[in-house]
Design a protein. Structure first.
Length: 95
């Protein structure tokens, strides 16, 4: 279950990188509390403007129906951004 989610997150990260999008995994998959009812949360650090919001459809296609959420760092208030960045993990570093 977790292994499948990790593999999916890695595939998404690779696809996003190929588009010039910098992303990290946050939430339960990043902090080790992932369960069968969890989604996969992505933090978008940097994204070409023309792809903003379009990448969500690409992520949905890559995940094949697995629930997910996308958070854009630039939309997080500065006072909260530090917490998101501290918990963010590159998909390749997920265990």
């Amino acid at each position: 279950m977790r292994g499948s989610a990790v593999e999916r997150a890695r595939r998404v990260a690779t696809m996003l990188e190929s588009l010039g999008v910098s992303a990290r995994v946050i939430g339960s998959l990043a902090n080790g509390s992932y369960s069968k009812s969890s989604d996969i949360d992505f933090l978008i650090l940097d994204c070409p403007r023309h792809l903003k919001y379009r990448i969500e459809g690409r992520i949905e296609d890559e995940l094949g129906g697995h629930p997910f959420d996308v958070v854009y760092l630039e939309e997080i208030p500065d006072w909260r951004a530090g917490r998101f960045l501290r918990e963010a993990v590159h998909a390749r570093d997920l265990r």
